[in-house]
Write a new protein. Structure first.
Ligand code: GDP
Ligand code: MG
Length: 655
C-alpha cells in the first residue's frame, strides 16, 4: 500500500494557523533538514487547475474540484510535501477574488503569505485570459505586486514568479505570450505608488520571471503529461540547467523554525500589522535559539547530576577532565547543530548565554576537584615532610616537595580547562601555596622542637647524673665542676643549634635562632635547678651532711680512719669538722663558684617566675631559715657522733 501522502491546512478556512505544523514537519521528515528544503506556492484564479497541476507535478494529494459536481474545495492554505524531493508545496484555495470583500481579503493575505515564505511562486492562468486587462489575471497580478511593495522595505530575497499558461494551444509563441505578460506586469507596476527611493525601480529588480505553457489536460492529455514531466525535472533535479531553486531565493529559515516563522508571519498578516521580515527572522532566531538551548541543556543537566552523584565531595574524580569535556562538547554540538543556521549575531549571543550556564554548572566540578586535590596534596606533603631525615636540610627538601605539589595542581587545573571557557586557577594555586607553606612551617617547627627536646633531654640526663654523683659526696668546691660542666654543655648545645638551624629555618632568621637558644638555656637551667632542689630535700641534705661530717671527723685527709687516743685531738677535730660542715651548708645553699663568681645565666630570671628578684635569688637553693635549721640539725647530729667517739676514747683509756 502506498503510504498516505500527508496534506494539511497550514491556514484553515477560518484563517487560523494550524498548531500541528511541527508535527507535520516531523511526519514528512523535514524537521531536521536544516536549509535543505524548498518552498513553492501557487497563486491563481479559482478552478484554473492549480491543484491538479501540483498533484501531478509533485505527487501531492490536494483536493481537486470534482468536474461533475463542481463542488467547492475547502478554503485555506494547504501544505504538503513533494513525493520525491524535499519541497514544501502550498496550495491556496480561495474563491474568486472579485466576488466578495472577505474573499478579496483572504486572496490578498494568502498572496502576501506565499510571497513572504516561498522561493518559487507559480502563477497559474489560462492562455485565453492573457492580455485581457480586465481579466481576473490582472487583479491577481496587481495584488501580487502591491503586496510585494508592502513587503519591499524589508525584503532582501529575490523570488521566482513562474508563470504557467494553462490550456496553451501553441499558436501564439511563448515568447510573445511572455512579452504580453511582462507588459501587463510593467503597466501594473508603473500604476502602483511606490515607497520613497523606489520610484524608479523595475519589477525585475525584485523578481525573476519564468514562463511555461501547458497543453489542455483533457484534450491533449499526453502532451500535458510530457510537459509536466519536463517541468518536474526543473524542480527536482538540481543539476538541470533551468533548475528553479536559485540559492538566492532561499529564505534561510532552518526547517526546525519553519512552523514558528510561518505562524508569526501569518499572525502579523492576519492582524494587518506591518510585515517586517528581518525583524521576524530575528525574533524567530531568538525564540528558536532559546528553545534549542533548552533542548540541549536538558541532557546536559541530567548528565551533570549523574556526575555529581558519582563524584563525592572531598574525592578526586579520575576521569573528570574527559567527562567534563564530553559534556561540554556535546551540549555545544547540540546547540550548534540547529542554532548555527539562524541569524549569526543572535546565534553568537545566545551561544554566549549557553556557555555561561554551562560554565556555571561545570565550574562546580572544577572547584570541587581542585579543592579535593589541594587537601590531598597538603596531607601527603605533611606525611612526606614528617619523614624527612633530621640531618638533611628540611627547608630545601620541603621546597622541592612544595614545587612538585604546585606543579601537580597546575597540571590538574590545566587538564580541566575547556577551550572557550575562562577559568581562573590562580586562586586555587595561591590557596594551595599558602596551605603548603603553613603546613611546612608547622612540620618544620615541630621537627625543630623535637630535635631541641631531644638535645635537652640528653643534656639534662648527663648533668643530673653528675649532680647526683657530686652531691653524694659533696665538698666545698662542689659547684665548680657542676657549673663548668653545665656551661660547657650549654655552649655545645648552642653551637649544635646554630649548626642545625639553617636546616629548618631560612638563613635570614638568626634572631629566631637566638630565641631558641635562649629558651634552651633557660629550660636547661630550670630543669637543673629543679633537680638540685630535689637533691637537697631535708632528708637527703641531712644524710649527706652527716656523711660529710663523719668523713671529715673520723678520717684524715688521706682517707685513713683516725684513732682518737687523746681527747684534746678529738675536741679539735670535732670543732674543725663542724665548722667545715657548716661551711658546706653555706656552699650548698647557693650555686656559685668557690671563688665567689656567679655563673652566667644568659636570661632574665623574672621570665621564669616573677618571685625571683635577682639571679642570686634564682641560684639560691637554701634560704636563711633553711640554712639555720639545717645547721642546728647538723650540730645535733655532730654532737651525737662526737659523744659516741668520746665514749669509746674514754673506755679505751680506762682499760
Ligand atoms: P483549482 O481550483 O485551480 O485548484 O482547480 P482544480 O485543480 O480543482 O481543477 C478545477 C477543474 O479544472 C477540475 O474540474 C479539473 O478537472 C479541471 N482541469 C484540471 N486541469 C485542467 C486543464 O489543464 N485544462 C482544463 N481546461 N481543465 C482542467
Ligand atoms: Mg485547488
Amino acid at each position: 500500500m502506498v503510504p498516505q501522502r500527508i496534506c494539511t491546512q497550514i491556514v484553515d478556512e477560518h484563517k487560523s494557523f494550524n498548531k500541528d505544523i511541527p508535527q507535520f514537519m516531523q511526519e514528512v521528515n523535514l524537521a531536521d533538514a536544516g536549509f535543505s528544503y524548498h518552498v513553492v506556492a501557487v497563486l491563481g484564479s479559482q478552478s484554473t487547475g492549480k491543484s491538479t497541476l501540483l498533484n501531478q507535478l509533485f505527487g501531492t494529494r490536494f483536493d481537486v474540484m470534482d468536474a461533475g459536481k463542481r463542488q467547492q474545495t475547502t478554503k485555506g492554505i494547504w501544505l504538503s510535501k513533494a513525493q520525491e524531493a524535499p519541497i514544501l508545496v502550498m496550495d491556496v484555495e480561495g474563491t474568486d477574488g472579485r466576488e466578495r470583500g472577505d474573499d478579496q481579503d483572504f486572496e490578498r493575505k494568502s498572496a502576501l503569505f506565499s510571497i513572504a515564505t516561498s522561493e518559487v511562486i507559480i502563477v497559474n492562468m489560462w492562455e485565453h485570459q492573457i492580455g485581457l486587462y480586465q481579466g481576473s489575471n490582472m487583479v491577481l497580478l496587481k495584488t501580487v505586486l502591491e503586496v510585494h511593495l508592502q513587503l519591499f522595505h524589508s525584503k532582501k530575497e529575490r523570488s521566482l514568479l513562474q508563470f504557467v499558461i494553462r490550456d496553451y494551444i501553441g499558436t501564439t509563441s511563448m515568447v510573445n505570450l511572455s512579452e504580453t505578460i511582462k507588459t501587463d506586469l510593467m503597466n501594473v507596476w508603473s500604476s502602483l505608488s511606490k515607497p520613497p527611493g523606489l520610484e524608479d525601480s523595475k519589477i525585475t529588480d525584485f523578481f525573476d520571471l519564468g514562463f511555461t505553457g501547458l497543453p489542455h489536460k483533457i484534450l491533449c492529455s499526453e502532451a500535458f503529461d510530457t510537459a509536466v514531466d519536463s517541468l518536474r525535472t526543473r524542480f527536482s533535479n538540481s543539476d538541470a540547467p533551468d533548475y528553479v531553486f536559485d540559492p538566492s531565493y532561499h529564505k534561510r529559515i532552518p526547517a526546525d523554525g519553519f512552523s514558528l516563522y510561518t505562524r508569526e508571519i501569518w499572525d502579523t498578516i492576519e492582524n494587518n500589522k506591518d510585515l517586517d521580515l528581518p525583524t521576524q527572522q530575528q525574533l524567530l532566531a531568538q525564540y528558536r535559539c532559546d528553545e534549542i538551548i533548552a533542548e540541549a541543556m536538558e541532557p546536559f543537566t541530567k548528565a551533570c547530576s549523574v556526575l555529581k552523584s558519582e563524584f563525592l565531595p572531598g574525592n578526586i574524580c579520575e576521569n573528570l577532565a574527559s567527562r567534563m569535556r564530553e559534556l561540554f562538547e556535546q551540549v555545544v554540538k547540540d546547540y550548534d547543530r540547529q542554532a548555527k543556521r539562524y541569524n549569526s549575531a543572535i546565534y553568537e549571543k545566545k551561544k554566549q548565554e549557553l556557555l555561561r550556564s554551562v560554565d556555571t554548572s561545570l565550574y562546580v566540578f572544577f572547584q570541587a576537584q581542585l579543592n579535593a586535590l589541594q587537601k590531598q596534596l597538603v596531607a601527603s606533603f605533611v606525611k612526606t615532610a614528617e619523614s624527612f631525615p633530621s640531618d638533611k636540610p628540611f627547608k630545601e627538601l620541603s621546597s622541592r616537595e612544595i614545587e612538585k605539589s604546585k606543579c601537580r595542581m597546575q597540571e590538574e587545573a590545566q587538564s580541566l580547562m575547556i577551550a572557550g571557557i575562562d577559568w581562573d586557577s590562580a586562586q586555587f594555586l595561591l590557596k594551595l601555596s599558602e596551605e603548603l607553606e603553613s603546613s611546612c612551617d608547622s612540620v618544620c617547627k615541630q621537627k625543630l622542637l623535637s630535635k631541641i627536646a631531644e638535645m635537652r633531654t640528653s643534656l639534662q640526663t648527663q648533668v643530673a647524673e653528675s649532680l647526683e654523683i657530686a652531691l653524694q659526696k659533696p665538698n666545698l668546691k662542689v659547684w665548680d665542676g657542676l657549673l663548668d660542666e653545665l656551661s660547657t654543655h650549654q655552649k655545645q648545645a648552642a653551637d649544635e643549634l646554630v649548626r642545625v638551624f639553617p636546616l629548618f629555618m631560612d638563613s635570614a632568621e638568626p634572631e629566631v635562632a637566638q630565641d631558641y637558644i635562649h629558651d634552651f638555656h633557660k629550660d636547661v637551667w630550670m630543669a637543673f635547678r629543679k633537680k638540685v632542689v630535689l637533691e637537697m630535700s631535708d632528708l637527703l641534705l641531712q644524710q649527706r651532711l652527716r656523711v660529710y661530717f663523719e668523713e671529715t671527723f673520723r678520717y684524715d685527709a688521706d682517707g685513713m680512719p683516725k684513732l682518737f687516743k687523746k681527747s684534746d685531738t678529738l675536741d679539735l677535730d670535732y670543732r674543725e669538722s663542724v665548722s667545715k660542715s657548716l661551711e658546706l651548708i653555706k656552699v650548698l645553699s647557693c650555686m656559685k663558684y668557690s671563688d665567689g663568681r656567679t655563673p652566667e645565666l644568659g636570661f632574665d630570671v623574672k621570665e621564669i617566675d616573677s618571685s625571683f628578684s635577682s639571679p642570686n635569688d634564682f641560684l639560691t637553693i637554701l634560704n636563711r631559715k633553711r640554712i639555720s635549721d639545717t645547721s642546728v640539725n647538723l650540730k645535733r647530729t655532730a654532737d651525737l657522733i662526737y659523744l659516741d667517739s668520746k665514749r669509746s676514747v674514754v673506755s679505751t683509756q680506762t682499760r
